[in-house]
Write a protein that binds this ligand. Structure first.
Ligand code: ARG
Length: 466
């Protein structure tokens, strides 16, 4: 047809140039509606802002703008009520909505795409979606941090073994250990906040890649859509997916933290460690072994990391060879982000639940903290402080004491004063004050150290920032 709007055999949007429709395979590889329908709300919001701007600049009439807005509102409720019929022939969410708008309001629908391309349209919709997802992640991380702060407060004095190489190293407090995760998730949240700032620029108006000759007002659409300002380079705007890559890299780092925590939960909840008991709500039983309580939620959090990291690598690989500006390859950006977002949300929520609910077995932690000669460093430090030994000599003397205790099958604190003096004559009974795990922990008052007094200061610092 002369106006190119009614070419059943080819395409409603570009039928003027095409004599026949796509092959079935072409349609299948080309269509994104199966997943980008998730962007319907952002697409409608973006179109409304664009139409309002076009009208305010006199590019379309106020009557057409009203018709467009009304039609888009109808489409929004059709999609939300489930009555909207998505068509794969119409490729993606943008064309599905525009085609429906044409059915609803007639020729005015055709004016909506003035001064716009699907290239800036999809960049806008996707950016809005990712921004909202980041805002959601920020809130979820805040809830996880709050859960940890509560557990840290309750356990500022709970002594447990600290590990290096998963070998008992020095006694620490469970509160201190919890605060290590607060630091990690705090950094994740800071990365999320920074990414929101970073991406807070509106793509709409970049058009296909070169901008447009229509007298549009990109600052107006940016403001209407809640962006700080419009993007500054139209070529970059339609070819940039950094905001998606940043989301995925933040998600990957965060998932890595969640996975390390999940691993600790798995270890701690074994009968051998027995440091924690997971609530029934976050564990499962075995169909054959009645005694089992399995940490499935933690294991699945650990596994989700694989999917999230995979999404990052997938999108990096999609983008790495693309010449400027838009290429259809970029359509492959969305599923990665959608999948990673779903996995990340689930993982944070499950972890928050596990942390809130878990039972801390203080007796088991205390018993383990005392074993494995965890106060050997305290003995060495005492020898430096009280007997004037150089640290390297003190280390050697302490090694002899550990060897003796090992031979006798007892703890360092169980050696007699005589036995200790036989190893080094400078030792006196004051040494027993530092051989207990409580004394060891209480003595570590350096900034950021494990002493309960320090841990409480760090909790207060974070509470002020949550
Ligand atoms: N569905 C497309 C995507 O997700 C929309 C943009 C299409 N642009 C184009 N020039 N074919 O990337």
């Amino acid at each position: 047809m002369a106006d190119g709007t009614d070419q059943k055999s080819s395409n409603q949007m570009w039928g003027g140039r095409f004599a026949s429709g796509p092959s079935a395979i072409m349609e299948e590889i080309n269509a994104s509606i199966g997943f980008d329908k998730k962007l319907y709300a952002q697409d409608i919001r973006g179109s409304m802002a664009h139409a309002a701007m076009l009208a305010s600049k006199g590019i379309i009439s106020p009557e057409d703008k009203d018709k467009i807005t009304e039609g888009l509102n109808t489409i929004l409720s059709e999609i939300e009520s489930g009555s909207f019929e998505f068509s794969r022939k119409l490729e993606d969410i943008h064309m599905n909505i525009e085609a429906r708008l044409a059915t609803l309001i007639g020729p005015a629908a055709g004016r909506l795409h003035t001064a716009r391309s699907r290239n800036d349209q999809v960049a806008l919709d996707f950016r809005l979606w990712v921004k909202e997802e980041l805002q959601k992640a920020e809130g979820m991380l805040t809830a996880l941090i709050a859960a940890f702060l509560d557990r840290a407060e309750e356990n500022a004095d709970t002594v447990m073994p600290g590990f290096t190489h998963l070998q008992t190293a020095q006694p620490v407090t469970f509160g201190h250990h919890c605060m290590a995760y607060v630091e990690m998730f705090g950094r994740d949240r800071a990365r999320v906040r920074h990414a929101i700032e970073h991406m807070d620029e509106s793509p709409i108006g970049a058009a296909a890649l070169a901008g447009t000759g229509y007298p549009i007002d990109r600052h107006m659409t940016a403001k209407a859509l809640g962006f700080r300002e419009p993007t500054r380079n139209s070529i970059d705007t339609v070819s940039d997916r950094d905001f998606a890559l940043e989301f995925l890299s933040i998600a990957s780092i965060c998932a890595t933290h969640l996975s390390r925590l999940a691993e600790e939960i798995v270890i701690w909840s074994t009968p051998q460690f027995g440091f924690i008991r997971l609530s029934d709500a976050f564990s499962t039983g075995s169909s054959i072994m009645p005694q089992k309580k399995n940490p499935d939620a933690a294991e699945l959090v650990r596994a989700k990391t694989g999917r999230i990291n995979g999404s990052l690598i997938a999108l990096l690989t999609v983008m790495k060879g693309l010449p400027l500006a838009y290429s259809k390859d970029m359509q492959e950006d969305k599923e990665q982000v959608f999948d990673a977002a779903e996995s990340l949300e689930l993982a944070i929520a499950a972890m928050t639940g596990m942390i809130r609910d878990l039972e801390v077995r203080k007796d088991r932690m205390r018993a383990a903290a005392g074993s494995g000669y965890s106060t050997a460093t305290d003995l060495a430090d005492w020898l430096v402080r009280e007997a004037g030994l150089p640290f390297r000599d003190a280390h050697h003397v302490t090694g002899n004491a550990v060897a003796l205790a090992e031979k006798k099958g007892c703890d360092l604190a169980d050696l007699s004063l005589e036995e200790l003096q036989a190893i080094h004559p400078g030792i006196n009974k004051g040494v027993f004050d530092v051989l207990s795990v409580e004394a060891s922990v209480a003595s570590r008052t350096s900034f950021g150290g494990t002493a309960p007094s320090e841990v409480k200061k760090q909790i207060a610092w974070w509470r002020g920032r949550n």
